[in-house]
Design a binder for this molecule. Sequence first.
Ligand SMILES: [Zn+2]
Length: 307
Amino acid sequence: MHEHLFTLTTEVELNYPGGWDEEECVADAVRQLRRLKERGVDSLVDLTVLDLRCCISRIQRIAEQVDVNIVVATGLYTTNELPLQFTFQDPATSYEGCEVLVEMFTADIEHGIADTGVRAGRLKCATDELGLTPGVERVLRAVARTHRATGVPISTHTHTHARTRRGLEQQRVFLEQGVDLARVVIGHCGDTDELPYLRELMEAGSTIGMERFGINVILGFEQRVATVAALCAEGYAGQLLLSHDTCAFFRWLEPARLQAVSPNWHFLHIVDDVLPALRARGVTQAQIDQMLVENPRRIFESASLPA
Ligand SMILES: [Zn+2]
């Protein structure tokens, strides 16, 4: 429910091309998704949005070659300021969102991204260490308003260190915009084992993304697994999602360095390593199905409901 195919900075690639082979990377992404399908995974959500996104036609090329449903998202990834273009186009000071962004996100959902006809199935926004800067707050409110108008569910990025409790700030802004928090997935919650914080997010109604399995430099494998097992034992399986937040192609680190830092950060880690570890800690198959099948289904089915 939270993965990426290509993570890169398009403007950098356009101005400083080279250093990687697009054809090979597309072929490699196809191989990775085919292996995922062999393990029984039918669908993947690519939450890459503006400011990290490659052209959507590259995703289409991959989708045409695999038997995996790829759901793409719209939104804007910023952890501080709005791109200046939007500030100039929409110099609102009320922080009621950003009209230009609402129009863009809505068009991606209703008509398709960049005239491809590929329509976005999720909305994405981010807060990080800096918290609710004016730019971030306008994106959150624009995402919330688009959600209210279209019914498409919201997913977020939060600051890696959950002690900043950024997810609660996001919930507050969404509530102010009239969003039902049951339609919101608070992301990157797998980076912490602070159970009181995670319970608080879920008690307010949200589903939480227990994601970034494989990035053990942030939180170790054992702690990640133990946290999910503890929450399942407490009866929260209905509000948990499991993801890697990994990428088929991650331009920001050399492959050898990435392999050295996070060797298990790949699409198969959950199926091959995390699920057996969860079972060993008493998580039932019914709870695993709940997290991997039923919860995603509920989130997407709710997209057809009025927000
Ligand atoms: Zn992500």
